[in-house]
Design a protein around this ligand. Sequence first.
Ligand code: NAD
Ligand code: ZN
Length: 342
Amino acid sequence: MKALVKKEAKPGIWLEEVPEPTIGINDVLIKVKRTAICGTDMHIYHWDEWASQTIPTPMVVGHEFVGEIVEVGSNVIDFKPGQIVSGEGHVVCGRCRNCMAGRRHLCAHTSGIGVNRPGAFAEYVALPMSNVWEHRPGIDLDIAALFDPLGNAVHTALQWDLLGEDVLITGAGPIGAMAAAVCRHAGARNVVITDINPERLALAKQLGATRTVDVRNESLADVQKSLGMQEGFDIGLEMSGNAHAFNDLLSSMCHGGKVSILGIPTNDTTINWNTVIFNMLTLKGIYGREMYETWYKMSVMIESGLDISPVITHRLNFREFETGFQAMSDGIASKVILNWEE
Ligand code: NAD
Ligand code: ZN
């Protein structure tokens, strides 16, 4: 089968012919229909320090996908060929304390598809049945391919009660922009989003942000005043990984504000702990998606009208992957969909 492979330990990704995956008795084989390029794939493409320390080569990359089940192992009774599914990319151990307690997203031994085990940028991908999510009938395939990053947005945003609250999102990348849509859908009042990239801010507005802030030209404090918010934001979602953005967010929160942190900060990120302590903020780190409450929420929000389609800026055939990776590198793309149906 054809697959996008990190073949060698150097920058680049290659379209290669590789053997089709074989499945075990508990696995499901999926014919891939659409995939999406993630920031993680960009790290692997550019072969940065994290990638070179993490990814064994050769490795079929990619983890954001939707496809159709074509074969199931002999133990599998809940799934059958023909179903349209995505996969939770975090494969958990099933035996640690958290897994045994049903808190699978907190497994201490998670391995990632397209990172530690063969991924989804391929004609076929195999997954344990416990990682398979069946979509509601009639779902748009491009949207279904985005359930992994949409899940990051949903997991981060739905940590807190959003109804009527004022939300600040730092970083209008694809995940921040989708989070804006989720917060509006969940009934937030103000959804203010920051970035330094005007195109990304415009996209976030399309997705439902009520106010966008280019922090190069405007201060959050001024915006807050102009919106008549006396005491600061109730909820903060950090989705930039940028230290300035994070500190800005912390100092814009009301006393008792709640902050969830998805953005992966650089090693030298320092924050003002006095703000956290004296303003009694709650900070929570977020990784991946909750298995499977986040997936349930995504499915039902899409069914009840959540529209994230503007986040898709490019639709390409998988053979045009270089164009997609380039558009991501240039910062002109938000989500790039690769179509694997010939
Ligand atoms: P992205 O890099 O596309 O988006 C980050 C955005 O932050 C960019 O648009 C950038 O212009 C903006 N930014 C940079 N400096 C800023 C500043 N000073 N103020 C405001 N915005 C600023 O990333 P993404 O794919 O949308 O993901 C968001 C973050 O979440 C990234 O840091 C990513 O690494 C992280 N992530 C974490 C998990 C997890 O499980 N914890 C999963 C996926 C992604
Ligand atoms: Zn575990």
